[in-house]
Design a protein around this ligand. Structure first.
Ligand SMILES: CC(C)(COP(=O)(O)OP(=O)(O)OC[C@H]1O[C@@H](n2cnc3c(N)ncnc32)[C@H](O)[C@@H]1OP(=O)(O)O)[C@@H](O)C(=O)NCCC(=O)NCCS
Length: 327
């Protein structure tokens, strides 16, 4: 087995490997693989490798590592390293390839002085943890020092299902005396970034900064405003979004268009008044206006909250991390 650094040279072949191994559940697109695993400035090239079969020069395994970078405009994730993906072709398992890939990723992260390594949940992640179907992989990582954390879910709904359970959940915008909901516009950029910086500094702020840098026009954010002041938001995604967003990654599984909802948040001062649920309803409303029936809400443990809006569990994950012994 040869080990080659992960570069764009391997993009198409690794995309094919991914799809052969788990494309029925998580269909990969070269565009998504490039976006999340090559173009992300958090990628750690020294920790990202492709295991290549010597004769055929075919990739049979891959590991992709990431870390927080000094250039980041936010401090979220400082001190953490991530293994975004670790995958070995089924026909080549139990030969030590996974262990070799993991070792290369972990030692490169260790060199970066990270104190904790998480599986998935990276910037521009694929998974918030290890997918539930991968029980063997869970045992495998546990034997290598990773500790299981929260159970997390992706939820899904379609209009027919929602209409049965919640006839009024998306037909109209929610109505409050002093709070309104609308789609964002390009001129909302500065107020939205200031809102994130004040109320949700960190990952969501960073994602909003990147969104506008990539040409976002604001239409992916539903804004909740009280007397003209922003008090909450809900991100909505579809096929026209400038970034392939996490809740529409697996859209190729469906013939019809998939929409995505989340993240969402309400200013701490304004919670417990029903605006959180309302901003989701507004998100559903605007996606329906765009003709989207099927909607995914990713990476959440609030199953009961979203069930009331017609969402059901679609995919499950277990978060995993490992604290490194430093010093
Ligand atoms: C986890 C994963 C990367 C392991 O890959 P692997 O190449 O089989 O890993 P290894 O060969 O290093 O280890 C597997 C076992 O085989 C054993 N092994 C290693 N070399 C061996 C050999 N020559 N002969 C027999 N057994 C061997 C290892 O000791 C290990 O057993 P242990 O866990 O009890 O120590 C692989 O199962 C995988 O790709 N899983 C799916 C990943 C995933 O969830 N992806 C997300 C969806 S796409």
């Amino acid at each position: 087995m040869e080990y080659h650094p992960w570069t764009s040279k391997w993009l198409d072949a690794v995309c094919q490997l991914w799809n052969e191994q788990c494309g029925d559940r998580f269909p990969m697109r070269a565009e998504l693989l490039r976006q999340n695993s090559l173009d992300d400035p958090h990628l750690l090239p020294e920790g990202s490798w492709v295991a290549v079969e010597e004769e055929s020069l075919r990739p049979v395994g891959v590991v992709i590592a990431k870390r927080w970078s000094e250039a980041d405009p936010v401090t979220w994730g400082k001190g953490t390293g991530w293994i975004q993906a670790l995958l070995v072709d089924r026909a080549y398992r139990r030969q030590g390839i996974g262990a070799e890939l993991l070792k290369r990723a972990e030692s490169a992260l260790f060199q970066q002085n990270v104190v904790k390594i998480s599986l998935g949940s990276d910037w521009w992640h694929y998974f918030p943890g290890v997918p539930d179907e991968e029980q063997e992989t869970m045992r495998w990582v546990e034997r290598r020092g990773y500790i299981a954390g929260k159970q997390l879910f992706d939820l899904i709904s379609s209009q027919e299902e929602t209409a049965e359970k919640q006839p009024s959940s998306s037909a109209e915008l929610p109505v409050f005396a002093d709070v309104t909901f609308r789609e964002g516009k390009p001129e909302d950029r500065d107020a939205l970034l200031a809102f994130f910086n004040r109320c949700f500094p960190g990952r969501w702020e960073y994602e909003a900064i990147c969104y506008f840098e990539k040409g976002g026009t604001g239409r992916e954010y539903v804004l909740a405003e009280k007397n003209g002041t922003m008090i909450g938001f809900c991100r909505i995604n579809d096929a026209r979004s400038p970034i392939i967003a996490q809740n529409v990654y697996w859209a190729p599984l469906f013939a019809d268009e998939l929409g995505g909802i989340g993240p969402l948040g309400i200013d701490l001062q304004e919670r417990k008044y029903g605006y959180g649920r309302a901003v989701v309803e507004a998100g559903i409303y605007f996606l329906r206006q765009r003709g989207i029936e099927r909607i995914c809400i990713d990476w959440t443990d609030l199953v009961d909250f979203y069930r009331k809006l017609g969402f059901e569990v679609w995919k499950g994950y277990r978060s995993y991390s490992k604290i490194l012994n430093v010093g």
